[in-house]
Design a protein around this ligand. Structure first.
Ligand SMILES: *Cc1c(COP(=O)(O)O)cnc(C)c1O
Length: 385
């Protein structure tokens, strides 16, 4: 029987299965990969950031499509290898990798690393001689990112050329420059400043005879949450225009992007049921059978607000402000919202609730069994190749 709609829509509407359940459609993730590549006019190589979601079937599908993988811990390198990723298509962005981790990476054939300090360059040179390094640049002004990835990461602009020269002196290759403008970055122009800075660094390293071959523009491209963002096509055109402005066409470094969220978030969905609706003098609480800990909705603590729908209630029905909470007794097990969520006034115990775009960072963030609630079962749908 063929039902209308996407697999995710059918998963959301399917009331035969009990909740809570998480669904993930690999076909959607591959489509997001294709769309991003097309938006960037084929001018970038995509390296999927494994930490966003490391399912074997997903990694295998992305690697088959031509994606490289951004890996951190030894376990991620093993997952990447099992998915058929050649070590030369992996980039280890672990800027604080210790000797043990670097040794593991070397033995497994990884040859590209990231460093943002002279310490790290020395360590890479000692443990993984002749490999290539990306110099990670600090990114300030991350105000428009839901999750700034700042502070401990990245050297200052002035340090970057010195680190590149040190790498060369220590027998390493300078692969290029890398940065991250913050996850779910709502403002595409944040890449403009980063590219302007990168161009200044490249002029200085050129002056010293060291060529920067690649720019890794990092992750940060958006998924579809409550707050609207420009389309990925807009991101791509803003970024490519800045590349063309700051680097002459004939001397452009090769471009890499490292999306996590933008490839997998919208491919995931969580179905839940209402356990109780409680009216208190200060507000109404909707207690769900999913929450922060069993569904791994941790990004909400950093300002990601998921879209929530109510399949049993018509879209124009009367609504009221509510706070959604998970099933545990933890005070953090409630979804925060800048503008309160609204739910149908008629919402009642047993009703279905759907949380959208839960494909990134959720399956790896769920706790093992806080208050006795296990992580949600994950239903991964792989369309025929
Ligand atoms: C987490 C991470 C990414 C992916 O970030 P998204 O915001 O999910 O796209 C890419 N690169 C590095 C170095 C990261 O740490």
């Amino acid at each position: 029987m063929h039902l209308p709609g996407t697999w995710l829509e059918r998963f959301a509407a399917d009331e035969r299965h009990s909740t809570p359940r998480a669904g993930f459609d690999i076909g959607e993730a591959v489509a997001a990969y294709d769309r991003l590549l097309k938006a960037f006019q084929g001018r970038v190589r995509i390296q999927y950031a494994v930490k966003a979601r490391p399912d074997h079937a997903l990694l295998t599908a992305l690697v088959r499509r031509g994606s490289g993988l951004d890996v951190v811990a030894p376990q991620e390198i093993e997952q990447a290898l099992r998915a058929g990723c050649a070590p030369r298509h992996m980039s280890c962005s672990n800027a604080f990798a210790d000797r043990q981790e670097l040794t593991h990476a070397r033995i497994r054939g990884v040859t590209t690393f990231t460093a943002d300090s002279s310490d790290m360059i020395e360590r890479i040179a000692n443990v993984c001689p002749h490999s290539a390094v990306f110099i990670r640049i600090a990114q300030e002004n991350l105000t428009q990112a839901a999750i700034p990835i700042a502070g401990r990461f990245g050297c200052q602009e002035d340090e970057a050329p010195e680190l590149a020269l040190l790498a060369v002196r220590r027998g390493l290759k300078v692969a290029g420059l890398t940065w991250h403008v913050g996850s779910q970055q709502r403002d595409p122009t944040q890449w403009e400043q980063a590219l302007e800075r990168a161009a200044r660094i490249v002029r200085r390293t050129d002056h010293h005879g060291v060529t920067v071959h690649h720019l890794n523009l990092g992750g940060g491209m958006p998924a579809t949450y409550r707050a609207s963002t420009p389309s990925v096509e807009t991101y791509a055109s803003v970024i490519l225009a800045a590349v063309d402005r700051h680097f002459p066409r004939h001397r452009q470094p090769r471009l890499i992007i490292e999306p996590g969220r933008a490839l997998v978030a919208d491919a995931g969905i969580t179905t839940a049921s209402v356990k109780a609706v409680v009216g208190r003098p200060w507000g109404t609480y909707v207690i769900l059978d999913v929450g922060m800990w069993n569904a791994g909705l941790l990004d909400n603590l950093c300002g990601i607000e998921y879209r929530i729908t109510f399949p049993g209630h018509p879209s124009g029905c009367a609504t009221q402000p509510v706070t959604f909470c998970g099933p545990t007794c933890d005070p953090l097990d409630c979804l925060t919202a800048t503008t309160p969520y609204r739910a149908p006034v008629a919402l009642a115990t047993g009703d279905r609730v759907v949380i959208w775009s839960t494909g990134a960072y959720c399956s790896t963030s769920a706790l093992a069994g806080f208050n006795g609630y296990p992580p949600l079962p994950q239903h991964v749908h792989a369309p025929p190749p």
